[in-house]
Design a protein around this ligand. Structure first.
Ligand SMILES: Nc1nc2c(c(=O)[nH]1)N[C@H]1C(S)=C(S)[C@@H](COP(=O)(O)O)O[C@H]1N2
Ligand SMILES: [Mo]
Length: 403
């Protein structure tokens, strides 16, 4: 979608001129003044916990309301990430919603009439589609801005585990929008979550929501009700969530209860204050973005100990939002020399790979993996700083000890 960037910059100009609805620049300035700083958030955890499913330490690293998958937990797994180890990113907490009472309301001036309401059974009766794609947090790998580049960023200090690939089944958002009477005036689509309002710096920002241009909404977005062949679990959006292929995780709104269709660009704190690139290399009002970047991960814990003198099978996965992965190279000597990894299985959602290494010299070293996709998108040695720590696509240095 090459014109997404053009759309975003046009939308940005409109927003700067106050020519937009939903969340104005004045609101943002007020908010920034009230909060003092942008980006730091702490949510109070309920005694019962913000996440419903078990989070055993061999599968997850927990950060407040969020839980990251440990990559070592994927080593003996198949192509998909099972629900028991799929990362969770909650702004507040997982609501437990009864599908029998749930409704999806589609409303707004971008419809010919409306509002139109759908039950869970209504959605299940519409034509179903399946997508095998990642949901990945825009801040995945954020901690490496600090550990590799010595930079200060705010937000959850994820390693590489804020990604999972699942088989999502549901109905196309386009099908639902057309049934609701989408008008040719429609511009943006704003899915709104049913989880508690997000409060930060003493300001109630309302429910989690982020607009999607109607072009993307009609292209490949799914209203998903199944994950890996089972009804969506509570932590991942039960009964229905969006799955927005190739876009940052925040676009894939969980527990969706309402979809607003506008006839002008929409804004929310999630595309003005958060999930925007701020920093010395970006415009003062920040640069909007939607798409993910190329990344690679070893299916290994950081600081793993590997036996000297015996062959070790290194495995991992690489992914790109733009195209299939064409090539993966691995270095076992901290980046001095590189070898090509063997690609295994289908490159759907992500590409698995492996490489055999016989470590000789005991001591510490760093493993690196770098991928290139079919369109030539590659991983750089360093990522341009943005203060909220999004889109870290640089090659990650994975420390191990040979013993
Ligand atoms: N309603 C709602 N939707 C949400 C969120 C949320 O907190 N509330 N978090 C978003 C973010 S930032 C990410 S990365 C993904 C995470 O999806 P997961 O928890 O199923 O892995 O959900 C997105 N959808
Ligand atoms: Mo996210």
């Amino acid at each position: 979608m090459p014109s997404e960037r053009t759309y975003d910059s046009r939308r940005l100009r409109q927003w700067l001129h106050g020519d937009a609805s939903g969340f104005s620049r004045r609101d943002l300035l007020k908010l920034a003044a009230a909060a003092g700083v942008l980006g730091t958030t702490t949510a109070a955890a309920d005694p019962a916990g913000p996440i419903v499913k078990p989070l055993p330490p061999h599968l997850f690293t927990v950060f407040g309301t969020n839980a990251e998958m440990r990559w070592s937990a994927m080593r003996d797994q198949g192509h998909l990430v099972p629900v028991d180890r799929f990362f969770v990113r909650n702004h507040t907490r997982t609501p437990v919603i009864d599908a029998g009472y749930w409704r999806l309301e589609v409303t707004g001036p971008g419809l010919r009439g409306g509002p139109v309401s759908f039950s869970y059974r209504d959605l299940r009766r519409l034509p179903a589609e399946t997508l095998t794609v990642p949901v990945e947090c825009a801040g995945n790998a954020r901690s490496y801005f600090t550990s590799q580049q010595g930079q200060t960023v705010t937000g959850t200090a994820w390693h590489l585990g804020a990604i999972g690939v699942a088989r999502w089944r549901g109905v196309r958002l386009g099908t639902v929008l057309r049934r609701a009477g989408l008008s040719s005036r429609a511009v943006d689509v704003l899915p709104v979550g049913l989880d508690p309002n997000f409060v930060t710096g003493g300001v109630d920002l309302g429910p989690v929501r982020r607009p999607i241009p109607v072009r993307k909404a009609l292209h490949d977005v799914l209203l998903a009700y199944e994950m890996n062949g089972e009804p969506l679990p509570p932590d991942h959006g039960h009964p229905v969530r969006l799955v927005v292929p190739g876009w940052i995780g925040i676009a894939s709104i969980k527990w969706v209860g309402r979809i607003e269709v506008s006839d002008q660009p929409l804004f929310s704190p999630w595309n003005t204050q958060f999930y925007r690139l701020f920093g010395p290399s970006f415009p003062a009002d920040g640069q909007p973005f939607d798409e993910q970047v190329v990344k690679s991960a070893f299916e290994l814990d950081p600081e793993a100990v590997l036996p000297a003198g015996r062959p070790v099978r290194l495995t991992g996965r690489s992914w790109s939002p733009h195209a299939a992965i064409r090539r993966v190279e691995v270095s076992t000597d901290s980046g001095a020399t590189w070898r090509r990894a063997d690609l295994i299985g289908p490159g759907v959602g992500w590409q698995r790979w492996e490489l055999t290494w016989r470590p000789r010299t005991p001591g510490r070293t760093e493993l690196l993996a770098r991928a290139v996709d079919e369109r030539g998108n590659a991983q750089p040695d360093a990522t341009t700083l943005n203060t909220l720590g999004y889109l870290f696509d640089a090659v990650v240095r994975h420390p191990v000890t040979v013993d």
